[in-house]
Design a protein around this ligand. Sequence first.
Ligand code: AHR
Length: 512
Amino acid sequence: MKKTLAALAVALTFAAQAADIKLVVDADHPGPVIHRNIYGQFAEHLGTGIYEGMWVGPESKIPNVRGWRKDVVQALKDLRVPLVRWPGGCFADEYHWREGIGPRNQRPVKVNTTWGGVPETNAVGTHEFFDLVEQLGAEAYVNGNLGTGSAQEMAEWLEYMTAEGNSTLAQLRRKNGRDKPFRVSYFAVGNEAWGCGGNMRPEYYVDLYKQVATFLKAPEKNRPLFIASGGSDQQTHWTEALSKGIQWNFDAINHHYYTFPSGKWEGKGSAVGFGEDQWISTLANTIKVDETITKNIAILDKNDPKKHLGLYMDEWGAWYDPEPGSNPGFLVQRNTLRDALLAALHFHVFHAHADRVRMSNVAQMVNVLQAMIQTSKDKLVLTPTYYAFRMYVPFQDATSLPAKIENNPVYKVGGAEMPELSATAARGKDGKLYIGLVNANAAQAAELALQVGAAVPRSVHGQLLTAGAMDAQNELGRAAQVTPQAFEAQAKDGKMRLTLPAKSIVVVAVED
Ligand code: AHR
């Protein structure tokens, strides 16, 4: 009896709280466009991220188009991948493009000293990369080598990819099978110059960037946006030094933000088998990306008031302790429901800063870190993160709309806390109003009332992603535990109430 009364009291408290939570979308004051490249991907020569995971070679028994796995390419096409960054990461500063052109059997075999010490056959080079992005219908982001490269090497690579005339490099590209130039949308000068890219001071990097950028030339209609390599985590001093120091051939600064459950590089935390303490610490660390972006944008607003420069979050995602038994240099980790929520929370933050955050790249596309797809031989599995990306496709190139949650509860576990609910709204290219919602609370559902201005919508329909366990995952050879389900709700008694299950993502189109 006591128990029943206690349960009733909890239910009543929940109902009382729930009535107070409201999401108000302001459809009359549109914000900036959410650039589709916010949904970009990152593919590095790392572990089985490219070799095996995507590239199997034209001779493989695994069905492929010119060496790229058909099943993986199709799954990525379904995800509308808008942009791929390549060849690194840290690998970019050891990559020499001339070793990746010409007949594949004559390319030098190197050692991938950054990632796992395994052979790098150079089978995937410039032509293969562009074949992949063209099969995907995506844009190309090429990361130049500043660490062990030179201004000459980067300038010649850009000429090789983009030259139209009869220069020796354009002719070499043609000899290697490509007549018309490749379309290079973005070109970065080095990667993580503060670390694996050369352990530099920002001031030193600024000087090097200015030197290199002087020689980066491409035909006007194929000029990439040029990216300077910025800081990471909560840092701001790279953004300050770069935005003050560089003036020319300079369109964006990148910034890297990884989430570790423990908040520490050493002993990051496990990808599976965690408790609610690590669930909340991971998601609470994730949303701190908002602080990072806000601080860096404040610096850009001071040094670049005309808003020319973009802040590209070109590496982000969950980074856990490596999967036991795997090569630690391959950055293999499981992918769970927690990662899907982590991705959705990033999207909400990126949308909120869409005027400067015009591109981001999740780390990484296949088999590495927070991957969309995991492969084993000829099989593949779509991860919970894959489904989060797929649910948010309507936000690509949509126009952001202010969305405010009133009376958002605080979700607390032990000493950790964060807002329970997160929301984003936008007018899609199809004219529909879309809303994305996350309920971070691992234990309790939430109910919220939805209003668009003063109006109550008639209905909503879309998809819900949740699962029974916090670390539910989709594993090869087993039934998937995390896949989207249909979600809909109708207005009743003059209110539109949405019930978000515990630990869930909901993306809906709103009918007025
Ligand atoms: O994504 C893995 C690595 O993380 C990248 O190569 C590097 O840029 C970052 O430190």
